[in-house]
Design a protein around this ligand. Structure first.
Ligand code: IPD
Ligand code: CA
Ligand code: CA
Length: 266
């Protein structure tokens, strides 16, 4: 079965933006009493859940028989050719504290390859997207990674560990390296947003351990279509399900990878 990606893409954009409008409206009256705890420093709200239910209801008929992997409650992907991979609210801690960015992230995988990605960043009202062999866009304008070729001239994004501290020593070393040897390190609190900001050239590079497929699937596709390179900490392709990701513009990737690989894997 093959589907019309242009038609699907337009519908996914509309769905992500509608979910984002709901999230924006809910934030205005959000109270900290509405937080539930999933694990150490891992929070969920009725907004994450309702956003996922809404997205599921919109996507389920678009490709009959597609699987769906959502962060909050849905996992139906075994044996499916097409799979939606969805984070209904990436950046829940930011959302809880009334701070941007936070995003809606919807990706589509076909036979284990990403074919479509949409990330809607609610705060700036920016929709990042790509599908098929198209370039990447933000709000209708083509985007491209930066051409900065040295780590010393780069701005680096990452996510700090908050519940899984198994690699904290190596991570701290990597942070010190980049603090001393780059333009600086940023922790925005939304991995999907970090990755699309690499795609647009705001950041040169991004790395994080312990992310989940829904944090990265859509944005990695957008980044590749914008000329970016992505791998796991050993240079392989297991960066969606493998809980390790290194992403960068093409020019700086070799140097950035060798630093992260060396510090994080030895
Ligand atoms: C989180 C964000 C954050 C990253 C965390 C993720 P959530 O997603 O992407 O930047 O550091 O590891 O879990 O929980 O807000 O959807
Ligand atoms: Ca997430
Ligand atoms: Ca989430």
């Amino acid at each position: 079965m093959s589907i019309d990606l242009n038609k699907a893409g337009e519908l996914v954009i509309a769905t992500a933006r509608e979910a984002g409008s709901y999230i924006r409206k809910e934030q205005r009256s959000f109270s900290s009493k509405q937080i539930s705890v999933k694990g150490l420093h891992d929070f969920v709200t009725h907004v994450d859940k309702a956003s996922e239910e809404f997205i599921y209801s919109k996507l389920k008929d678009l490709i009959p028989d597609a699987g769906f992997l959502g962060e909050e409650q849905t996992s139906e992907i075994e044996g499916k050719d097409y799979k939606w991979i969805v984070d209904p609210l990436d950046g829940t801690t930011n959302f809880i504290h009334g701070l941007h960015p936070y995003s809606v992230s919807i990706g589509l995988m076909k036979e284990n390859e990403m074919v479509l990605g949409v990330v809607y960043e609610v705060g700036a009202d920016e929709t990042f997207y790509a599908w098929g062999s198209s370039p990447a866009y933000c709000n209708g304008k083509q985007i491209r990674v930066s051409t900065i070729a040295k780590v010393k001239d780069s701005l680096i994004a990452t996510g700090f560990p908050y519940s899984n501290f198994t690699r904290i020593d190596a991570f701290n070393k990597s942070m010190e390296y980049f603090m001393r040897n780059s333009h600086g390190v940023r922790r925005l609190g939304s991995a999907a947003t970090d990755l699309v900001y690499v795609a647009r050239g705001n950041f040169e590079a991004f790395y994080e351990y312990n992310l989940s497929p829904w944090d990265v699937a859509a944005a990695t596709f957008i980044l590749q279509q914008a000329g970016g390179k992505i791998c796991d900490f050993s240079g392989g392709n297991d960066y969606i399900f493998g809980k390790e990701i290194i992403a960068a513009n093409e020019a700086v990737m070799k140097e950035f990878y060798s630093i992260v690989h060396k510090i994080m894997t030895t």
